[in-house]
Design a protein around this ligand. Structure first.
Ligand code: SF4
Length: 941
């Protein structure tokens, strides 16, 4: 075997990759025939030959590049390693990436479509055919469309893959049926960003920052762990300072220069105090604020009698935030005044190289959590670091979503099960309330797809989801599209096995750094067969068993819903190359790569490849910056053609064409600006004022429902953080990854030593954690890594199954009994912990962990934030030593109490149902699937 040459390599994008990056990775010219010694044969030197095929990890949203090593002898994937030609991950992965091989080889995986034969949830299944599945769903959906029951078909997604693919499918069907998991995840953080700038995610340029402030560790230890974490460390190596606000000493906080363990919910107070210091000490970017913030709009609307000058605006700001002194922020958060002042000054001095990020954590835990991201973006605005090198951009500046060959018009339908009148500003669908809405008779579902989504386990009040899924009047037909068994799939009519990351096509792009790229997830065994001369019509023919890929499923289903094209659906699933013929998945991507990705055809031509061949070879492409710039895009000047027929509003400077604001005059130039109504950064949000929340028209502090004043430790009351991620697990999808469970297999309750002493428990003791609607029993872990007064429990573990040998993977689940009494009480008790089992994988008989964690989410009621709609996860709980009758893993839930809590939070909303413009929601605000503008207006008006 030849040594790998240690040289500098030039990536296809032109980027130079250092020797160290590639030292252990085969160069692409040898990917078709790569030779390694078989590690198991050591010390003998036995050669193994591989074909290396790139794909994309599916184990979190970051979409890192993977290289699949296909063993030429067995034609099976042997292992996954990082792809150095992927611009986001650059060859580095977290533990979850290589663990994809466990998911491929999992002896517990579902290989064929299953149909229930008993009652829902009874656990009786038979193997069925894909043909039967497709016919059943096509009939049901076709009838709903023909009978104008467009709100009865719903696709409910947990982990999305390809951006835009399902929106295209649902648009072709003419329905408003996209539901997501986002309001248990990030909708609050997104809302705070959207109000400011029209984009709902931040994209920090950590590698070039001088100061980095993270509110949470969630993203860095969970979501974009690898692409963002590696750039944070790069920034630190170049001298950047890192501060992490998190009550828990997370992996990220342990790498920080400043760990800021704030009381949850007080982050906004701290950030506003920092903003005030920056203002008072004149550390703000005067020119940027003056040009790009809608301060004139604010002054005209709220202070018409004051001088309409920028200086007066600054004076007003200092006055507005007068109460946010370091002393007040210290009292709210528990940080010291000195630390708050010190960090504020460092942020101010970092100027345009201040990078900031928040995701989940404080935003997802607290009532009003969206003000945390709004206040954090305020610091970015004050320092003028929006979309600068070392600053933080709107995600849309660093993400690239190429257009497909034909797009349906948006549907004319508005589904109130998704966006009900009580939540006109909800940033995403009111997903967690679906069972309540169905229960209240607001609608029903004729066909319901859950896709890589496990609401029974993941969502608060999961027993209500069981009640919904077992009610055949509320949900007539349910298919769980999933690569792995889940608690929700157990209650489905059909369980449809879908490919893991290396068994499907998708197109991915994420805001991992200041750049734009696309990653091509591809089914490696299909590619392998095709390269070796085999014809593969459908991906399932190459995958294990009959595991389908979803792209093909939706094409086949759509074709069957409209076989003769009379519903106008079929045309969207016909080939762009062979008119009238059914689209193949290869044609779908081929067209995109040939027509929608700037620079790709040219890069491919240089290597004498077609764009599709190029993407099959490298698995990723970075759009050259000259074709897709990433910095200060608000300053893109409008072209003369854009300005044709446009008018300029003298007072505001808005450039309006066809009733739409397309840009903004600043200093005599016509700029694109930001996608907000004012085209500026909206410190002042007329939207919030007009839609019922005038007190929140500017960034402000909302006291959380778990404010420390509400806790009495003498009564054993504590704040529970139930949201934190472990870097090694993937929500509910890693139960099939043995390596990951070997590392992380328990979720004890973190308790500070002072609290443990008060409660009277030690590490390993059982504690009962009581919420508003029930309790769970778990072990205590006493640690200084949590702030006193707060307890925390990771959300990953506590998987369960109801049958000895089927259901949720035995690597991770306990066997439980679960039942409901007449008076609405649900109880769960573990019958058996996690045990070794016999299978084709000898490791399954070596399982050493016995307690696989406790399912805490069942005991949480819904807490939808009245503005953003986000479920506010944090809870006031009591923590006590377990009772004599308690066992590890016990769960008790009172559904009557849960319903009352739902009603209490619903009463906090301010529905805007009698607006003169009849709008259900501001037209400018984004929606994941956006119907036509006409659907935003209520029909009866
Ligand atoms: S960070 Fe996410 S995408 Fe990247 S390897 Fe880990 S799990 Fe996979």
């Amino acid at each position: 075997m030849t040594e790998i040459p240690l040289q500098h390599h030039i990536a296809p994008s032109g980027e130079q990759i250092t020797v160290r990056d590639l030292a252990s990775c085969p160069p692409p010219e040898r990917w078709q025939d790569w030779v390694e010694y078989d590690a198991r044969a050591w010390p003998r030197r036995v050669e193994k030959r591989y074909e290396i095929i790139p794909t994309i990890c599916f184990n979190c949203e970051a979409a890192c590049g993977l290289l699949a090593y296909v063993d030429k002898e067995t034609s099976r994937v042997k292992k996954f390693e990082g792809n150095p030609y992927h611009p986001g991950s650059r060859g580095r992965n977290c533990a979850k990436g290589p663990a994809t091989i466990n998911q491929v080889d999992d002896p517990e995986r579902i290989l064929y479509p299953l149909k229930r034969t008993g009652k829902r949830g009874e656990g009786k299944w038979e193997r069925t055919t894909w043909d039967e599945v497709l016919e059943t769903f096509a009939r049901k959906i076709r009838a709903a469309i023909i009978e104008d029951r467009h709100d009865e078909v719903m696709y409910h997604v947990g982990r999305p893959g390809h951006d835009g693919y399902m929106e295209r499918v649902l648009g072709a069907w003419g329905i408003d049926g996209h539901n997501s998991h986002t309001n248990v995840c990030s909708s609050s953080a997104r809302f705070g960003y959207q109000v400011w700038c029209g984009a709902d995610r931040p994209s920090p340029d950590h590698a070039n920052a001088r100061f980095i402030l993270l509110i949470s560790s969630h993203l860095e230890t969970g979501h974009y762990f690898n692409p963002q974490a590696q750039r944070i460390i790069e920034g630190k190596m170049k001298g950047a300072k890192l501060a992490v606000m998190d009550p828990r000493l997370s992996n990220t906080a342990s790498m920080a220069d400043y760990w800021l363990p704030t009381w949850p919910g007080s982050e906004t107070a701290v950030l506003l105090a920092m903003a005030r210091i920056i203002l008072v000490e004149k550390l703000y970017n005067c020119e940027y604020l003056c040009r790009w913030v809608n301060w004139q709009e604010y002054m005209a609307a709220e202070h018409p009698n004051k001088p309409q000058t920028f200086d007066c605006y600054i004076e007003l700001l200092i006055d507005l935030y007068a109460e946010f002194t370091p002393a007040f922020a210290a009292q709210e958060s528990g940080l010291s005044e000195e630390t708050i002042i010190d960090i504020a000054r460092q942020v101010g001095h970092a100027g345009t190289a201040f990078a900031a990020h928040t995701w989940r954590a404080a935003t997802a835990g607290n009532l009003g959590g969206w003000q945390v991201s709004r206040a954090l973006w305020f610091l970015s605005v004050l320092t003028g670091s929006i979309g600068t090198p070392g600053g933080t951009a709107p995600n849309t500046w660093n993400k690239f979503v190429p257009a497909p060959f034909i797009k349906p018009s948006p549907s004319e339908v508005w589904n109130e099960l998704l966006f009900p009148p009580e939540y006109p500003l909800a940033n995403y669908e009111m997903s967690i309330l679906l069972p309540y809405f169905l229960c209240e008779g607001r609608g029903k579902l004729a066909a319901y797809f859950t896709r890589v989504y496990n609401p029974v386990w993941t969502n608060p009040d999961g027993t209500r989801w069981i009640e919904m899924l077992t009610n055949e009047q509320q949900v007539e037909l349910h298919a769980a599209l999933t690569p792995v068994w889940s608690e929700t799939a157990w209650y489905a009519d059909y369980v449809l096995p879908m490919g893991v990351g290396s068994e499907r096509h998708d197109l991915m792009s994420q805001e991992t750094h200041a750049g734009r790229w696309i990653g091509f997830r591809q089914p490696v065994l299909r590619v392998y067969k095709e390269r070796n001369g085999e014809h593969v019509q459908y991906t399932y023919q190459a995958n294990p068993g009959e595991v389908w890929e979803e792209d093909e499923f939706w094409i086949e289903l759509s074709w069957r819903i409209d076989p003769d094209g009379s519903l106008g659906i079929r045309k969207y699933f016909e080939s762009p190359y062979r008119p009238g013929q059914k689209l193949t998945i290869e044609e779908y991507y081929r067209w995109i790569f040939e027509n929608s990705v700037p620079g790709l055809p040219q890069a491919a031509a240089k290597e004498h490849l077609s764009p599709l061949e190029y993407m099959r070879k490298y698995g990723a492409f970075e759009i050259p910056q000259e074709q897709a710039p990433v910095f200060t895009l608000n300053e893109r000047e409008l072209k003369p053609a854009d300005l044709e027929g446009a008018q300029i509003d003298e007072l505001s400077g808005k450039i309006i064409r066809n009733d739409t604001t397309i840009g903004m005059m600043v200093d005599g130039k016509a700029y694109e600006g930001f996608p907000t109504p004012s085209r500026k950064l909206e410190f002042y949000s007329p939207t919030l004022k007009e839609w019922g929340w005038p007190e929140y028209a500017i960034p402000s502090y909302i006291r959380s429902h778990v404010h420390h004043a509400a806790m009495n430790h003498d009564k054993s009351e504590y704040l529970l953080i139930p949201t934190f991620r472990l870097p090694t697990l993937i929500h509910t999808r890693s139960g099939n990854a043995k390596w990951l469970y070997e590392i992380s297999n328990a979720n004890p309750v973190w308790i500070h030593p002072t609290d443990a002493e008060r409660i009277g428990v030690q590490t390993g003791d059982l504690v009962r954690v009581t919420t508003e609607i029930g309790y769970y029993v778990n072990r205590a872990w006493i640690t200084d890594g949590i702030r006193p007064g707060i307890v925390a429990c990771s959300h990953h573990l506590g998987r369960w199954r109801l049958d000895t040998s089927q259901g949720t993977d035995r690597w991770s689940s306990a066997l439980v009994e679960l039942g409901k009494t007449q008076d609405g009480i649900w109880r769960m008790r573990q019958l058996q912990g996690t045990l070794p089992f016999e299978s084709a994988d000898p490791d399954s008989s070596r399982i050493f962990w016995r307690e696989g964690g406790v399912h805490q989410n069942l005991t949480f009621p819904v807490h939808p934030d009245p503005v953003s709609g986000m479920h506010c996860w944090h809870q006031k709980v009591t923590v006590e030593p377990a009772y004599p009758e308690d066992s590890y893993g016990d769960v008790y839930v009172d559904t009557n109490k849960a319903y009352k809590v739902y009603k209490d939070w619903l009463a906090m909303t301010r529905p805007q149902t009698h607006r003169p413009d009849s709008l259900r929601r501001p037209l400018w605000m984004i929606r994941p699937y956006r119907p036509a503008a006409s659907a935003f207006k209520k029909q009866d008006s």
